[in-house]
Design a protein around this ligand. Structure first.
Ligand code: COA
Length: 157
């Protein structure tokens, strides 16, 4: 695993953020528990790490404004789940889950989801953003590096 760190005061902040309807897709924040099944469905299908319902609820109940869903018409095909809290005296954002269904990839949607979440974090006083990605996940690592994140630590377990 690698930990990737970005400084929202640096290059991340300067990237343009798209409108709510972008590229024909509609982005919206998490509303309530009725969205939970959708988020779980997407993440469970696409991420290697299994999460319990308690993990989803921990993020979504505490930081609902930092979760976005993206739609093609009625079809939800991507989501991002995050948190923001104090860490060593700094407000640290954390990108916990990011998923775009296969057929919608390489259209910039993953990047837009990350940008929207980071914009929300900045509005709430975020000073740095971190995430973890598997070293073999070249797609995710490239996406985050394009946004100005840097590799900071390699976690062995
Ligand atoms: C990672 C993921 C969210 C990217 O979503 P996406 O909508 O395709 O991302 P974007 O279109 O914004 O990609 C931006 C850039 O990232 C890089 N990238 C994305 N996926 C890539 C891949 N599979 N291989 C190489 N580069 C990739 C490219 O540079 C891409 O730009 P390009 O398409 O113009 O070449 C998606 O592949 C996914 O859901 N993967 C499974 C879940 C996952 O690994 N999540 C991340 C956990 S840390």
């Amino acid at each position: 695993m690698a930990v990737v760190v970005g400084d929202p005061g640096g290059p991340v902040e300067s990237v343009e953020v798209a409108n709510d309807a972008d590229g024909g897709f509609t982005y919206r924040q998490y509303h309530n528990e009725r969205d939970l099944a959708q988020v779980m469905h997407l993440v469970d299908n696409e991420l290697s790490e299994p999460y319990s319902i308690f993990t989803y609820r921990y993020f979504l109940r505490n930081w609902p404004s930092l979760c976005y869903l993206v739609y093609d018409g009625d079809r939800c095909f991507g989501t991002i789940v995050c948190k923001l809290d104090e860490h060593a005296g700094r407000m640290r954002g954390y990108l916990a889950m990011l998923v775009v269904e296969r057929e919608y990839r390489h259209k910039g949607v993953g990047t837009q989801l990350v940008m929207k979440a980071i914009s929300g974090m900045i509005e709430q006083g975020c000073e740095e953003v971190t995430l973890e990605a598997e070293v073999t996940n070249q797609g995710a690592l490239k996406l985050y590096q394009n946004l100005g994140f840097i590799r900071d630590k390699r976690l062995r377990r």
